[in-house]
Design a protein around this ligand. Structure first.
Ligand code: SF4
Length: 349
């Protein structure tokens, strides 16, 4: 809940810089103390991410293998069929995920895409999972439709500071991103928004990103902090590595600035050592993506994430079960959806 009195929206650059300049141990101690005031430090929320439409994106985000502007050898995939998405969601639930995130590599969804996407939201919701989507920019009307279908979260990252932004993306503006976030809020959905570190930005840019997120009218409920995954064929493939301790500092400062948000370790986690991840959890990260690979892992007990959780005494955060009324509504939505058979086939983009 964002009603806590100590959530501020007036952070200044000097204040945030002062946090970054604290000795490492002082910063971590402070971040961890804030974390304990708002969360169980031994619980981590687990989401599963599924790409429902892959590659051929018209945007030119320089870090992204899905952009049509770069040749990364990525296998493209049209919009998945609704039933195939629901089958993956069932697997995710069985593997312990509480939130199912569906991502499509689009500039924005079109009117033609929306019926399929809405069916996916209703279907996943009916399984008792929280729903999240990332579909690019959203116009007001589409945001409303998604909210009505039961979408809980919309992911739309700010990526970096406003100053560094045009070095990374030229096909949409920072303001476009802020507008999408505003439409999501106006429609009553929760926001998942964060950024990517290690793209060649300066320390000041990293401060700028966190300032933007923290000073939004309402802070995002979920804040993914990604470490760049350098993909061959993208313009950032040879950018210098970010010091992993600087990454941890960013997690810690994000935790202090946004005390009630879930801070998420997202892309780049696979490249991190167990020790670095453990330090990130101590600094205030409390959400991860399992990723699609867990869905195909025969024995989840052997999965690296679950082993790490066990070694650290961390439990996956349980979802608060929906009320009977919510469940009945979700089932009714699902039945209504099934009446429209045509939508369950050929969800081609
Ligand atoms: S909009 Fe998304 S999918 Fe498209 S290039 Fe940018 S990050 Fe990649």
């Amino acid at each position: 809940m964002q009603t806590t009195a100590d959530v501020r929206h007036d952070w200044t650059e000097d204040e945030v810089r002062a946090l970054f300049e604290l000795p490492f141990n002082d910063l971590l101690f402070r971040a961890h103390s804030v974390h304990r005031q708002h969360f169980d430090p031994n619980q981590v929320q687990v989401s599963t991410l599924l790409s429902i439409k892959t590659g051929a994106c018209p945007e030119d985000c320089k870090y992204c293998p899905q952009s049509a502007h770069y040749d990364t050898g990525l296998e493209k995939q049209r919009l998945m069929e609704v039933e195939a998405v629901l089958a993956k969601a069932r697997q995710a639930k069985a593997a312990g995920s509480t939130r199912f995130c569906m991502g499509a590599a689009w500039k924005h969804p079109t009117d033609r895409d929306m019926p399929y996407v809405l069916e996916m939201v209703k279907g996943v919701k009916a399984l008792g999972l929280e729903t999240c989507m990332t579909l690019g920019m959203l116009k007001e009307e589409h945001a409303q439709q998604l909210a009505e279908a039961g979408l809980d979260y919309y992911n739309h990252n700010l990526d970096t500071s406003p100053e560094f932004y045009d070095k990374i993306i030229t096909t949409r503006t920072y303001q476009d991103r802020l507008d999408t976030l505003a439409h999501v809020r106006d429609a009553g959905m929760k926001i998942c928004s964060g950024g990517i570190l290690g793209m060649g930005e300066t320390a000041r840019d990293r401060i700028g990103l966190l300032l933007q997120l923290a000073n939004l009218p309402q802070q995002p409920e979920s804040v993914p902090i990604n470490m760049l995954v350098k993909v061959e064929g993208t313009p950032l493939e040879n950018v210098d590595n970010l010091d992993p301790l600087e990454f941890i500092r960013n997690i810690a400062v994000a935790r202090i600035l946004m005390p009630t948000s879930h801070v998420r370790l997202s892309a780049g986690r696979e490249q991190m050592s167990d020790e670095l991840q453990a330090m990130a959890f101590f600094a205030g990260a409390n959400s991860i993506f399992y990723g699609e690979c867990l869905l195909t892992t025969p024995n989840p007990e052997t999965h690296r994430d679950l082993q790490l959780f066990k070694r650290l005494g961390i439990n996956p955060e349980q979802r608060i079960e929906p009320s009977d009324e919510e469940q009945a509504q979700a089932i009714a939505n699902r039945l209504q959806a099934q009446q429209d058979d045509a939508l369950f086939y050929d969800a081609a983009h």
